[in-house]
Design a binder for this molecule. Structure first.
Ligand code: FEO
Ligand code: CA
Ligand code: CA
Ligand code: CA
Length: 690
């Protein structure tokens, strides 16, 4: 029986989350003010950039003569080559059930969902009949954020891949879809779904002969799932808001859910970020603000894990209804244990993952490190991916030394961004002890008990200080040389024309844009910044590169929509990955979801890669030499029904093709589609992208 699959289609095929209902101003006249000021000053929008980044203490970077946007350190003393030349021919808009790569490039598929990696190494069963116990020893589903940790003795041929598994598509995941009988789920189906979430740590090695990458069946391999015990650290540890029957003192919880993008630390650990976790819970009693502001359901959980037939504690915890006198006797606080950044030490497979609560609780897309500087605070940028939610950063209290560990993340200041109409912005502290924060809370008539309360209710705290509502912040990327930060704003269907602002200048915004900022004095921990828009994504008639500089519209070589994944590599290439859903991918002008490469200095953009049917391209990292690139294809065959697959990638047909090769057509009765990592190299062994 699949009588709730119809509900799931909508949820599974996209992650369009809830919206911010707070009454923060949209700064609706900001764009008009900004544009009219510039036009008045210069007579045209095209050359209006001149004053923008030269206005304050920030290093002047606008180069009006060439129209380029020069990183501040580019002319100074580059710590390494900054050479973002795009040395490949753009591939066309494509729809084909395989990867399409530029001429001169090749690829293999690695660690698809179901690959055995631990324990007894149970084989993947192509008919979807693996058990929950087997899934616990196999690579999870819906690959997303990813990092590669190189081994010291062979960094470019041997390392640990950490891969997030965001969710499951029950129609593809089980042999015949999900089962629901009299409101209950078969326990093993639930166990298997829980096991396919979380993170895989997989040791991978390049075969020196063939050049192929393989899984090493070694001791580093590990599955972290939506059921793995985790420690709660930072200001929320021990708070009444995280006390549960499982952990009456509020120090532990189980599982990490909807792991979207990621981060990594300078001390060699992986950060996995909990995004659309709220929908996995149900609260049928009166939801407190820390549930309702995040969209915890009042009817049933997304997959009804709370209704597993066994009724075991590990499943009923997804029902956050108040059932007992005291919070230590039920799971009313279980949703408060999700929405965090979780630190995992990939080199210690026995370590307990740690929820670093000082970094706030929201629909965390990822956590992006600004290149650390000895003797200065460590800084991470973060986005809350929901309509009209916010951009955050975290600044550690302690200073960076080569001996710091994860504990440095337990004390610091969480900030939220406000973007002003004149191209400047401020970071507003969400700090219980900060006078301005206290005044803002009092002014809004909102009471916080302590910093733990502020952090569990991060969205509310950000509402209170008047942060700028953004068009769904997804991935960030920080330039390794200049520390300039980029962030995708994927789209926003509910921004009304009257609610636009300079930082979110289109309403509605179906195709999204990429914003970037530079901190005052190029200090990532500064409280002021300047910003502009790198690209307004869209088709040829509704797009512009570097609009502040009067840049060109996108062309067939680079039109794209709903940018999501983002990464700046060792050579300064900005990689942009798209996550169009539904009709935008199926019938629009953009073709399949793609990865593009951009030169952040000149604004040149070229389409590099497209993926198989219905997938989103998300997650990208390379070996330190830049010669092997790992990219994830998530949810190929996203519009499948049980037994009728809209993609067969990667198990049948070619893993990749080149432009001009025959298109690959999916066979509904063919292989079950599987999320997987695609390993991209150049046929001549050169650096990918250059
Ligand atoms: Fe899981 Fe915001 O993407
Ligand atoms: Ca998605
Ligand atoms: Ca994403
Ligand atoms: Ca997305």
């Amino acid at each position: 029986m699949n009588d709730f699959n119809n509900d799931l289609v909508e949820i599974d095929s996209g992650d369009e989350p809830m919206s911010n209902h707070s009454d923060n101003p949209h700064f609706s006249t900001i764009l008009e003010k900004r544009l009219s000021r510039r036009q008045m000053l210069t007579g045209s929008l095209g050359v209006a950039v001149a004053g923008m980044f030269g206005a304050s203490g920030v290093t002047s970077l606008a180069n009006a003569a060439s129209g380029s946007f020069l990183p501040p350190a580019a002319g100074a003393k580059p710590p390494f080559a900054l050479n973002p030349t795009l040395g490949f021919d753009a591939i066309p808009v494509t729809r084909s059930d395989t990867a399409t790569l530029p001429l001169g490039y090749k690829a293999q598929a690695l660690i698809p969902w179901g690959t055995p990696v631990t324990g007894t190494y149970p084989e993947y069963k192509a008919n979807g009949s693996n058990t929950g116990e087997e899934q616990e020893q196999q690579v999870g589903s819906h690959h997303d954020g990813m990092h590669y940790f190189p081994m010291k003795n062979d960094p470019n041929g041997h390392g640990l891949l950490c891969v997030n598994h965001e969710y499951v598509d029950q129609r593809v995941f089980h042999a015949a879809g999900a089962t629901l009988v009299a409101g209950q789920r078969p326990t093993d189906e639930v166990r298997k779904e829980i096991a396919a979430h979380g993170v895989s740590v997989v040791e991978v090695k390049k075969d020196k002969g063939t050049g192929e990458w393989n899984v090493v069946n070694g001791n580093y391999n590990r599955r972290v799932t939506a059921g793995t015990p985790m420690e709660i650290r930072g200001p929320v540890r021990g708070s009444d808001l995280v006390k549960t029957k499982f952990s009456p003192n509020g120090s532990m919880t189980r599982g990490t859910i909807n792991n979207c993008a990621h981060g990594y630390t300078p001390w060699g650990t992986y950060l996995t970020c909990e995004e659309n976790w709220a929908g996995y819970f149900v609260n049928k009693t009166t939801p407190p603000r820390e549930h309702s502001r995040y969209g915890v359901s009042t009817s049933n959980g997304r997959y009804r894990w709370e209704a597993a037939q066994s009724g075991a504690d590990e499943y009923i915890r997804f029902d956050a209804s108040t059932k007992a006198v005291d919070a230590t006797e039920d799971y009313r606080n279980e949703p408060n244990c999700q929405g965090w950044v979780v630190e995992i030490d990939p080199f210690n497979p026995n370590s307990t993952p740690v929820k670093r609560t000082a970094l706030g609780r929201f629909a965390h897309e990822g956590a992006w490190l600004s290149p650390p500087q000895l003797g200065q605070p460590v800084v991470f940028y973060m986005g809350d991916d929901a309509q009209n939610e916010y951009i955050y950063k975290f600044v550690t209290k302690a200073r960076y030394t080569r001996s710091v560990k994860g504990e440095i993340l337990d004390e610091g200041t969480l900030y939220v961004a406000r973007f002003y109409d004149d191209g400047t912005g401020v970071w507003l502290a969400l700090d219980y002890n900060n006078m301005a924060f206290q005044a803002a809370a009092a002014n809004a008539n909102v009471v916080f008990k302590d910093q733990a309360d502020v952090l569990v209710n991060t969205r509310l705290a950000a509402d209170v200080v008047g942060a700028t509502k953004m068009d769904r912040p997804e991935w960030g990327a920080v330039h390794p040389q200049t520390r300039e930060a980029y962030m995708t704003l994927t789209n926003n269907s509910i921004r009304a024309p009257g609610e636009i602002d300079a930082a979110n200048p289109r309403g509605p915004n179906p195709t999204g844009h990429i914003i970037r900022w530079r901190e005052q004095g190029n200090r990532s921990w500064a409280e002021k910044f300047e910003w502009d828009i790198f690209v307004l994504s869209g088709d040829e008639n509704n797009s512009q590169v570097l609009p502040e500089q009067g840049g060109p519209a996108l062309t067939q070589d680079n039109i794209h929509a709903s940018a999501d994944g983002l990464w700046i590599d060792q050579n300064g290439i900005l990689w942009i990955q798209t996550d169009m859903s539904g009709s935008q991918q199926g019938t629009g002008p953009f073709g399949a979801n793609a990865m593009l490469a951009a030169n952040p200095v000149t604004g040149e953009i070229k389409r590099f890669l497209t993926g198989p049917n219905d997938q989103e391209t998300t997650g990208v990292v390379s070996t330190p030499d830049g010669k092997t690139m790992f990219v994830n294809f998530q949810h190929p065959g996203d519009r499948s029904q049980p037994g009728a697959f809209t993609s067969n990638w990667p198990d049948s047909g070619a893993v990749y093709r080149h432009p001009g090769d025959p298109e690959v057509v999916a066979v509904p009765s063919g292989a079950r589609p599987r999320s997987a990592t695609i390993v991209i190299t150049r046929e001549d062994g050169g650096i990918v992208g250059l």
